[in-house]
Design a protein around this ligand. Structure first.
Ligand code: PSU
Ligand code: MN
Length: 330
């Protein structure tokens, strides 16, 4: 593996700090050869999917990216070092070790200084990917504004991170455990661009339709690549483009089962006093255990579809615009 220190820049003027980023061999090679790269997060692996499915799925996500013409760069922290392009044994470690931290942007320095093993959220993965000159990132569903956030103030740092990080995030909307409408309002306020892939409706993660329209519909990887090119010309300091890629309706979680499971999960949250960054993993794990694995199957389909689309977008982007808004030397 090849080590190199780059600045974590979350827009063209601000710098959060300096971290040593280690590039996995496959990613270092892809960068040298100018091949398309797709960033992948590791919180899904460590905190979003149950063991041992998580490891199998992490490998399937990477394979899907390869099958669609790009090189996967799963991002995470091993022993305090940020890795862009985790090797298979490192992914296995993050999938099975006890005590892997869930790292948002604010945690990166503390985790680096203390030599932690950590999985990066959408917020941290985007920041690191953009700093590494990667312009496309695939995940399942974004974090956002939680239901009852008016009382709890629980809003994912994914939103503020995306406000200052130039990257295309391919997702199935925001997780359906959230307040989708409030999250869309916050994305608007924060200047995060939102578009539907082949639809004017914002997807609802486990369910196809999140209940809201979006202003823009984009229909092909080439069209999204054209947006990336326009962004490079017109707005280097801009935030992310969130691309909502809905599941076909016959592949979604049964909406009635979804609503029932969610209501149950929310009351368990309150009963167990779960707060902070434990909320999202708790609710996802409640879904997976109480739907007999149905939500897990749906979650996996979501991620694989997003990985495939992200790879096709990265492959369609011209190398000069492969990073959205700016690129870093070397
Ligand atoms: N998408 C999934 N599963 C997940 C997540 C996204 O399909 O586990 C993770 C992402 O890492 C996202 C995080 O950043 O959930 C949001 O956590 P929070 O609500 O605590 O910000
Ligand atoms: Mn939260």
């Amino acid at each position: 593996m090849k080590g190199r220190t780059v600045a974590i820049v979350t827009d063209s003027t601000r710098q959060l700090g300096r971290f040593s980023i280690r590039y996995g061999e496959h990613v270092a090679r892809a960068r040298r050869d100018g091949r398309p790269v797709v960033a992948l997060e590791s919180t899904i692996i460590s905190h979003g999917l149950p063991h041992p499915d998580n490891l199998r799925v992490a490998r399937e996500i990477e394979q899907t990216v390869r099958d669609n013409g790009a090189v996967p760069a799963t991002i995470g922290m091993i022993g305090g070092e940020l890795v862009v392009g985790l090797e298979d044994h490192q992914i296995e470690h993050l999938a099975s070790a006890e005590g892997v931290a869930k790292l948002s942007v604010r945690d990166l320095a503390i985790a680096a200084a203390t030599g932690a093993d950590g999985a990066t959220t959408v917020a941290a993965t985007s920041a690191v990917a953009a700093a590494a000159g990667i312009g496309v990132f695939a995940t399942g569903g974004l974090g956002g504004v939680h239901r009852e956030a008016n009382a709890t103030f629980d809003e994912s740092a994914d939103l503020t991170a995306l406000a200052r990080t130039p990257i295309v995030v391919v997702c199935a909307g925001v997780k359906s455990i959230l307040d989708v409408g409030a999250t869309l309002e916050r994305l608007e306020t924060l200047g995060v661009a939102v578009a539907g892939y082949g639809t004017h409706r914002f997807p609802g993660f486990f369910i196809t339709d999140g209940g809201f329209d979006v202003d823009w519909q984009l229909d092909s990887p080439e069209q999204i690549a054209a947006v990336m090119a326009a962004r490079a010309d017109h707005g280097a300091g801009a935030g992310a483009l969130v691309l909502g890629n809905p599941l076909p309706t016959d592949e979604q979680l049964d909406p009635a089962l979804h609503d029932h499971t969610l209501a149950e999960g929310l009351s368990l949250l309150a009963r167990h006093g779960v707060t902070g960054k434990a909320v999202t993993p708790f609710l996802l794990s409640h879904f997976h255990s109480s739907t007999d694995g149905k939500s897990l199957e749906v979650n996996v389909r979501i991620i694989l579809r997003n990985a495939a689309l992200a790879a096709r977008i990265a492959a369609a982007a011209t190398p000069a615009h492969a990073a959205l808004g700016f690129s870093l030397p070397g």
